[in-house]
Design a protein around this ligand. Structure first.
Ligand code: URA
Length: 443
């Protein structure tokens, strides 16, 4: 078997065999850039990139996608969560702007007895990542040993860590090549990337938040549904309970974008239990996890979710979780204890009318420009930077209104971020037709 023949066959539109796909995952897991020898490992980065482009252009059958997912999941460690029986659960979002739902969903579910054992990512492009958000809490650690992770899940009911180098290493390599070769937006590659990590992370119950719209990788509900259906089918074929929820990411979720700003907003949802787009999506995802884990009807699960939030149990669990990971949980009670940005600048509207659309990707990029995301691989992020929206899609605006406040430690970035933010907005004389926030669930 050699990679040249595999690339040629995919270039010519053939379906790859199980043996070929396992060979590819093995090569990716031991790539040249990890210090191995290209010839010895069977494929170098240029060959893997060529194969990714051939897959991007010619696609993969459902069977190939499932085989590649399984091969990538087994390319490194498989976490054993069997000690939690059927109670282990994980949640994954395909990525968005202002998407801090994991910070809300995880403690809600843990407060109801679910064992939330979650591996999360860092920000990617215009989208944020839970690991960066957690690290904005002074002292909070996201690199726990496997034993620390498992014993925290056992004791507290929730632990969230970054992906370890040993978990699905084939995805790590292929994802970074895709990022550089314009091959990210390919459904079979996204399915195998996400599901290989979820399967390797070991949870019995998995809920996928598949986003569509301007701030999502899938721009249309149809594409999001195709992606969701394939991920659910693969997860079920591997013996997991899986549900997917299609949610709107055409406009940022909630009001706060940026790491510590998002933690503050997540804490507020659990503390004050005020209804918002953020609480609606978060409670729905949490109810799906509770429903899958306990095999209970969705409406009953939702009633439990609402009770645990209104009783304060979910907020108490959030503080216990953050403290267990070394974080200063007093920040959740008192946001002024977070390190504050040097500059706060209001963006003022010179237009009037209704805010008809807010392009989520452009707002995400404005937040990155302020320092909240990375512009170079593995670069630093400014945990205090970001945007607080003062107006949301559908709101009426009069000239002179504050549209948002920009927070940053790079004052020189304010003008560019403000311009980017304004370019994300469309005004109209009539209010926009409200769009559903949660389109459907698939399970
Ligand atoms: N998130 C992932 O982990 N992988 C993808 O391919 C896209 C989003």
């Amino acid at each position: 078997m050699n990679i040249y023949d595999i690339i040629s066959r995919k270039r010519d539109g053939f379906a790859l065999t199980e043996e070929e796909l396992r060979f590819v995952a093995r090569c990716a897991a031991r790539g040249k850039s990890d210090g191995g020898d290209a010839a010895e490992n069977g494929a170098d980065d240029s060959q893997l990139s060529a194969l990714l482009m051939a897959i991007y252009l010619n696609g993969m059958t459902d069977e190939e996608t499932a085989l590649l997912t399984d091969a990538m999941a087994h390319s490194g460690d498989m976490l054993d969560l069997s000690r939690f029986g059927t109670l282990s659960a994980d949640k994954h979002s395909t990525g968005g702007v202002g998407d801090k739902t994991s910070l809300i969903v995880a403690p809600i579910c843990a407060s109801l007895g679910v064992k939330m054992a979650k591996m999360s990512g860092r920000g990617l492009g215009h989208t944020g990542g839970t690991v960066d958000k957690l690290e904005s809490i002074p002292g909070c650690r996201t690199a726990l040993s496997e034993e620390e992770f498992l014993s925290q899940v056992e004791r507290v009911g929730v632990a969230v860590v970054g992906q370890t180098a040993d978990l699905a290493p084939a995805d790590k390599k292929l994802y970074s090549l895709r990022d550089h070769t314009a091959t990210v937006g390919c459904i079979p590659l996204i399915v195998s990337s996400i599901m290989s990590k979820k399967l390797a992370a070991g949870a019995k119950n998995i809920v996928l938040d598949v986003k569509y719209g301007s701030g999502a990788f899938m721009k249309t509900p149809e594409k999001a549904e195709e992606l969701a259906t394939k991920m659910v089918n693969i997860g079920k074929a591997c013996g997991r309970n899986v549900a997917a929820v299609l949610t709107d990411m055409d406009t940022p979720l909630g009001t706060n974008i940026g790491n510590s700003l998002e933690v503050m907003e997540a804490a507020d949802v659990l503390k004050y239990n005020v209804a918002s787009d953020l609480s609606e999506v978060s409670f729905t995802l949490a109810a799906h996890i509770v429903s899958l884990t306990y095999g209970m009807p969705f409406d009953d699960a939702m009633a439990h979710v609402k009770d645990t939030v209104s009783s304060g149990a979910a907020f108490a669990k959030m503080k216990e979780w953050i403290a267990a990971q070394g974080g200063d949980a007093s920040c959740l009670e008192d946001p002024s204890r977070f390190p504050q940005a040097a500059a706060a600048a209001d963006v003022i509207s010179d237009k009037g009318g209704f805010l008809a659309h807010m392009d989520a990707e452009a707002v995400g990029l404005a937040s990155v420009a302020l320092g909240a995301g990375r512009t170079v691989k593995d670069g630093p992020v400014d945990h205090a930077a970001g945007i607080v929206l003062r107006k949301k899609t559908g709101d009426r605006v009069v000239p002179g209104d504050v549209l948002c406040t920009l927070y940053t430690n790079k004052t020189e970035a304010v003008a560019q971020a403000s311009e980017r933010f304004l370019s994300a907005l469309t005004f109209a004389e009539e209010p926009p037709v409200p769009q559903p926030l949660i389109l459907k669930s698939i399970n």
